[in-house]
Design a binder for this molecule. Structure first.
Ligand code: FYN
Ligand code: ADP
Length: 580
């Protein structure tokens, strides 16, 4: 327990309680929004927080509240806070907490819990569960507060753990009894901590910068990979300057799209499968060499052919010192925050900098032009029913005309086609399934994006993906958020054409109800529902949604035969990969 004996001479006659101290501690640290689902024992916490001026966004399922908190953390660099009830509510929030940790999003999951004495003796308390022990392996840090005097410390530690170094999810366990604990108000006030400099800059070693610059200078075919860490860092101007001054082509990972406009001439996105294996020096900025980058090896990176010429050399900028060498050798690790690292690199890129050869840039430009022309041809087709391309051709125009709108995307084909077809123009506008390929982020991200930005949100959702969080359209309507959800409805997971091989009456596992009207779901709560079967109808519906700012759901009917098993990652699906 925090020793507050020194404060007893200044005790007042007023008292405060655990509820109030949690609220005071959050407010003191600038937490102005909570994503929650009320219930025992945190109902009054949500009520009182709202009464005290904190924006309280109440959800229909804790997982969605958790995803909302996590992405709010990504957008703001301040921990997003989710509040849940004990055991089942806590477990519902846990997927989001683990996803936040995996994606390096700063988030705090606060769950009420049952009585320690009963839980520890397993005497069968209401919603009994040792939540702290369960959360610990899934969180960057996990804490429990037992005494009201320690609430300030608990919240300070949670904030620091969530945002310092590599951001992540933090669990804070608050047993029911804590909320009602009354203590002297003065003592309570003095126990609170305003966290000073929670995410201090981490300045890289000059030797590491010099090593990286030397390697870059030696490159014949250099490449920069921008990851969501680079987007999170909010060092947009310096990152752009580094890319442009060095003249090095870059590849944005999914959530780094728009960090520089996707139409930037140095973007190599449309030549991805050419630049990865052909590059000789790759600088990773806030991107990990995980499955999304084929672990830095194999066919994607040139396979055996790359071994002949020594393979790629890697520079990696990351705030986590243990990220380097996690998959392949990192020749020039730079440990520090991206803002400081990029600024240091920039100061070494002077007037004498030699830009990459025209051979390399020309070869990329040629591939790009070919792929873009091929893509344009496909986009121009207008089949009936719509396919992903003809529908996304509309979405692409809408995003171009509304570059400030935040764009949420999940699904399999609905994710993969959208990523390569819809250009982003500004940083941190694209929010998606991230490192895990998790389904269910959709409506939680939409709510948070609208609440945090105050601006319009567009979501492109696979019909299966939408199902994970679809009930939150009620939340979108309740808070009257300017969210336009487009469900790409092709009647199934991946596609809608699977049949039950036994001829029985049960549908195939990947089949969903044919001709479902997701638009009616939005109408049920007072929003606008539109059934769109042509690109023109889709365009009109999206334009109207952005104009009116009313909650809108467009049921976009897509050919049920369109799409492939698992989208672009069929190779990860053991059976399909074998068949291939
Ligand atoms: C990209 N491409 C383009 C453009 N942008 N062509 C024309 N114009 C533009 N603007 C091309 C690019 O060169 C690729 O073609 C292709 O489009 C796909 O590009 P993408 O998406 O960047 O590359 P790829 O190979 O799909 O990337 C691998 C990946 C990605 C693993 C990073 O698939 C990914 O992020 N997947 C996430 C999947 C996921 O999480 N799914 C959820 C679970 S679904 P080529 O260069 O010709 O190859 C469960 O089933
Ligand atoms: P992507 O999926 O886009 O490739 P990842 O989530 O794999 O991105 O990688 C993000 C990386 O960025 C993580 O390794 C994380 O440690 C790092 N990171 C996050 N924020 C910062 C920051 N401010 N400075 C430096 N590195 C950061």
């Amino acid at each position: 327990m925090t020793d507050l004996s020194m404060t007893t001479d200044t005790q007042s006659h007023e008292t405060t309680d655990g509820f109030q101290l949690v609220i005071d501690a959050l407010k003191l640290n600038g937490i102005d929004t909570l994503f929650a689902l009320p219930g025992i024992p945190i109902t009054d916490l949500t009520r009182r927080a709202q009464a005290e001026g904190i924006r309280l966004i109440a959800f229909r399922h804790e997982q969605n509240a958790g995803h909302a908190a996590a992405i709010a953390g990504f957008m703001t660099r301040t921990p997003g806070v989710c509040i849940t009830v004990s055991a089942p509510g806590f477990l519902n929030g846990l997927t989001a907490l683990a996803n936040a940790t995996t994606n390096c999003f700063p988030m705090i999951l606060i769950s009420g819990s049952s009585e320690r004495e009963i839980v520890d003796l397993q005497q069968g308390d209401y919603e009994e569960m040792d939540q702290l022990a369960i959360a610990r392996p899934l969180a960057k840090a996990a804490f429990r507060v037992l005494h009201a005097e320690d609430i300030g410390v608990g919240i300070a530690r949670a904030i620091r753990a969530a945002v310092s170094g590599r951001p992540g999810g933090v669990y804070l366990d608050l047993p029911a009894k804590l909320f009602g604990q009354a203590i002297d108000a003065q003592v309570g006030r003095r126990s609170l901590i305003k966290v000073v400099d929670p995410a201090p800059r981490q300045i890289p070693e000059q030797a590491a910068i010099d090593r990286a610059l030397d390697l870059l200078k030696s490159a014949k075919r250099p490449l920069i990979v921008l990851g969501k860490g680079a987007a999170y860092a909010q060092a947009d101007a310096d990152i752009r300057a580094l890319v442009e001054k060095t003249g090095i082509p870059y590849l944005p990972m999914s959530m780094a799209k728009g960090l520089l406009p996707d139409t930037h001439e140095q973007s190599a996105a449309a030549a991805r499968s050419y630049v990865l294996p052909e590059s000789d020096v790759v600088m990773l900025i806030g991107a990990r060499l995980n499955w999304l980058l084929s672990h830095g090896k194999g066919k994607t990176w040139g396979g055996k052919r790359a071994k002949d010429w020594g393979g790629q050399k890697f520079i990696q900028i990351d705030i986590s010192p243990t990220e380097a060498d996690s998959n392949v050798a990192i020749d020039a690790p730079i440990v520090g925050d991206i803002g400081s690292c990029v600024a240091a690199l920039l100061s070494g890129v002077g007037a004498g900098w030699v830009k990459p050869s025209s051979d390399w840039l020309g070869a990329i430009a040629e591939r790009k032009a070919k792929n873009i022309a091929r893509m344009a041809e496909t986009l121009a087709m207008n089949p009936t029913p719509m396919n992903f391309h003809s529908a996304l051709n509309v979405v692409r125009d809408i995003v171009k005309a509304n570059p400030d709108a935040i764009f949420v995307n999940e699904g399999a084909n609905a994710l993969d086609f959208t990523r390569s077809i819809v250009d982003m123009y500004k940083p941190r506008k694209r929010l998606d399934v991230g490192t895990w390929g998790v389904m269910g982020i959709g409506m939680g991200f939409c709510v948070a994006a609208a609440v945090v930005s105050g601006g319009p949100v567009i979501a492109i959702e696979g019909d299966s993906a939408f199902g994970f969080s679809g009930m939150e359209v009620e939340t979108i309507c309740r808070y009257n958020l300017p969210v336009c959800v487009v469900v790409f409805n092709n009647n199934g997971v991946y596609r809608g054409v699977d049949v039950n091989p036994t001829g029985g009456s049960d549908p195939a596992p990947c089949a969903l109800v044919k001709g479902a009207r997701y638009d009616k779901l939005m109408e049920a709560f007072g929003g606008i529902g539109v059934h769109a079967t042509t690109p023109a109808e889709l365009r009109a519906a999206m334009e109207e949604a952005l104009r009116s700012r009313r909650p809108t759901l467009v049921n976009a009917v897509i050919d049920e035969a369109a799409g492939t098993e698992s989208g672009r990652i069929t190779s990860l699906n053991p059976t399909s990969a074998k068949k291939k």
